[in-house]
Design a protein. Sequence first.
Length: 141
Amino acid sequence: MPQNVYEGLFIFDSTNYNRDTEGVSRQVPALIEKLGGEILVSRLWEERRLAYSIKGQRKGTYWLLYFRLDNHLLAEIRRHCAINDNILRVLFLKVDPRIVDTLVNHARSAVTLSAPAEGEAPQAETPPAAQTEATPVTEGG
């Protein structure tokens, strides 16, 4: 089966994430590896107040994940995310093969917030997904 590279952006329940940071953040990568996928990057993006309440939560912890997986197995990941109480929302994008290396290298080296100059407000870095053209993935990948 052909393997594609996907970008996954997860919004975790901040309360559960703060109680068990390692456990919550390891659940999805562990599932991907169990299904034979390869994790390219897995990192915290940021924690922020949500625009609207999701499952009764007003804050979410955003987690960015790049991984390689057989396209037919993406539905299995979606099912797992739908029943996982720690995951409020998830978005998967299929990454164009021409830009995989650039995105992965950027995600590995990016810092969530750039250091502000004295008296200046912190500036959030533009997420990799917003900088590129990516294709949203539908069932069947």
